[in-house]
Design a protein around this ligand. Structure first.
Ligand code: GLN
Length: 598
């Protein structure tokens, strides 16, 4: 079968590139970047992935230069583009302005790679380095305002490099570009999703090897689809679902899930209330990665205890999880990838079980949109399949904690932010807390900036992108939706995962989600995390962030503007809750910000 190789430099989107090529009907395989060039001869095309490294750093991953003389078309993406330029005699430098999230490019040169596209294109970027000198034979094909080498190519050698990411859905015409590359490679389209489904079901039987599965079911889309799939493939008598109430769930969620799944014929689901144990262990932990590690470990301990309590033989019951691919890659699941955050299903104790072949994860190669399609295929109800995703650690990563220490803001960071925002008509201040970002395929843990001014989404997108591109030290921008006296500043407060605080967040989350439902904008939004900050305003009330986003598979996202009536209803509903202070609206795309704050 005609195949395209994706050489992996540890990019967040490496697996997604292969996935996209397959969706276009061509088989694609990921190959470690250190593979000898001669091994690549059988492939019809080669794509060099992005990655968290800089080609300027000694020891960064590279590829044999013979890859470019095999006569096989090569497409370098981001790090891959920078690496190709530098190996072929061009130059790379640290960019003056970095680019994260949305950018516009102008196509200046006709090229087979851009066939069928208008000259003005929106693309998704995530880079700090830039190609500043072209290798011989190369021409610039497209430029953005901040990057003159957004696309380059040598048509005679069929070598192309893109600084942006055509593989992510937020590059609207990315699939056309990849499709054009497939054309340049002369590939026949011989692959289809049925291959995959067949392989997946065969894989479940093979991996179980006669054993049964004890599956963790949070009630979210992934674990519910995994549960339905296993019930169908192995039969309900070989599958047991376990829902753990961690104390970090949404309002009434555990009861609702049990009732809902029973109603739909799943009788092999058990619930354990482990909330006291979870909250006691998380008691005074503020660090997000530490919280995640504890939560992941407790899931397994509770699962193993539940197994023993039921007198089930651990040898005969494998652990099942609804892990999907982004969980793996964001947890640094490939050789050169950076750890953006540790997903609860990728903590040490689980990695150990995985190494021993004791974990079954039927969906581990899929993205959310594919899981949903599978859920529909399995006949699950629409409401369940299209529920907003909810992270495994639940409200544990939405109630930000603090030991009370102010995260000091550098005065140059503050000044630069204020100046950039001011030039675009907004007042700004940098908040003394941190949140997680993903920039240039690496993790950042930096300050959010708060901007106040007109509620104009296009202007807010501009100001947000300007600040996060230019200011190192700010990876997120929030808009003051309802703020009292931001000029008085905010005070960091000691705050942990206590039941009271979680109850409060539960109430807020419930109220605003209901308001979103009522506004009929629920389906237009992919997810709307509600985040409680360890920050209080001038009246000593806690600050809350709304984070509605649009996405298909969570690898990239756009912040989702809501209509005025929906926003007003949401603000009203949040205000009705005691002790809710300023309400911020997150206007950051992914990258540079992750969807969840930690
Ligand atoms: N780390 C490199 C940069 O920031 C490449 C980033 C990427 O491949 N996404 O420029």
């Amino acid at each position: 079968m005609d195949t395209i190789a994706v050489l992996d430099f540890g990019g967040q989107y490496t697996h997604l590139i292969a996935n996209r090529i397959r969706r276009l009907g061509v088989f694609s395989e990921i190959v470690p970047c250190h593979a000898p060039a001669s091994d690549l001869r059988p492939f019809k095309g080669i794509i060099l992935s992005g990655g968290p490294y800089s080609v300027l750093d000694p020891g960064s991953p590279t590829v044999e230069a013979e890859v470019f003389t095999l006569g096989i078309p090569v497409l370098g993406l981001c790090y891959g583009h920078q690496l190709m330029a530098s190996l072929l005699g061009g130059g790379v430098c640290k960019g003056k302005v970095r680019e994260y999230g949305t950018a516009r490019i102008a196509i200046t040169e006709e090229s087979a790679l851009f066939a069928g596209l208008d000259t003005d294109q929106v693309v998704w970027m995530s880079h700090g380095d830039t190609v500043d000198r072209l290798p011989e034979g190369f021409a610039v094909l497209a430029s953005s305002e901040d990057c003159s080498t957004a696309a380059v190519g040598d048509a005679s050698r069929r070598l192309y490099g893109l600084q942006f990411h055509p593989e992510v859905t937020h590059t609207p015409n990315g699939m056309t570009i990849l499709d054009n590359f497939i054309g340049i490679c002369g590939c026949r389209r011989e692959w289809s999703a049925e291959f995959f489904l067949k392989e997946m079901t065969a894989g479940i039987e093979k991996q179980c090897n006669g054993r049964n599965v004890f599956l963790l079911v949070s009630g979210g889309v992934d674990s519910t689809v995994a549960f339905a799939l296993l019930n169908e493939t192995l039969g309900p008598e070989r599958v047991l679902g376990l829902h753990i109430d961690t104390g970090l769930m949404r309002l009434d969620e555990s009861d609702d899930i049990l009732a809902y799944l029973r109603e739909h014929g799943f009788n092999n689901l058990h619930i354990v209330d482990a909330s006291r144990r979870f909250l006691a262990t998380l008691g005074n932990i503020a660090d997000p990665e530490e919280k995640r590690a504890i939560i992941g470990k407790l899931f397994i301990e509770v699962q193993q205890a539940a197994l023993a309590e039921r007198g089930l033989n651990a040898e005969k019951w494998m652990l099942g999880q609804g892990t999907i691919y982004p969980d793996t890659i964001e947890s640094a699941g490939t050789e050169h990838a950076d750890r953006i955050k540790t997903h609860h299903n990728r903590v040490d104790i689980i990695l150990e079980l995985l190494r021993k072949g004791l974990v079954l994860e039927p969906l581990s190669q899929l993205y959310k949109d594919e899981v949903r399609a599978l859920g529909e295929e399995l006949g699950l109800p629409h409401k369940l399949v299209w529920r907003h995703p909810f992270p495994g650690p639940g409200l544990g990563v939405r109630a930000l904690c603090s030991d009370g220490a102010h995260q000091p803001v550098d005065s140059s960071v503050e000044d630069q932010t204020v100046r950039l925002a001011g030039a675009l008509g907004y007042a700004a201040r940098v908040l003394p807390v941190h949140s997680v970002g993903v920039q240039g395929d690496g993790r950042t843990y930096a300050h959010p900036a708060l901007v106040t001014g007109p509620r104009d989404w296009e202007a807010l997108e501009r100001v947000s992108t300007r600040i996060t591109n230019a200011v190192r030290g700010v990876n997120r921008v929030v808009y003051g939706l309802r703020v009292k006296k931001p000029e008085d500043g905010y005070r960091v407060e000691k705050a942990f995962l206590t039941r009271d605080r979680l109850d409060k967040l539960r109430k807020i989350d419930h109220a605003v989600t209901e308001a979103l439902y009522a506004s009929e904008e629920y389906d237009a939004v992919w997810q709307m995390p509600v985040v409680l900050l360890p920050l209080v305003n001038c009246d000593n009330e806690e600050c809350v962030v709304l984070r509605p986003i649009m996405s298909q598979e969570a690898m990239t996202a756009r912040f989702a503007p809501l209509s005025e009536p929906a926003l007003n209803a949401i603000i009203e509903s949040a205000r009705a809750i005691d002790g809710v202070g300023d309400v911020f609206f997150d206007v950051t795309h992914k990258p540079p910000g992750t969807i969840e704050w930690e």
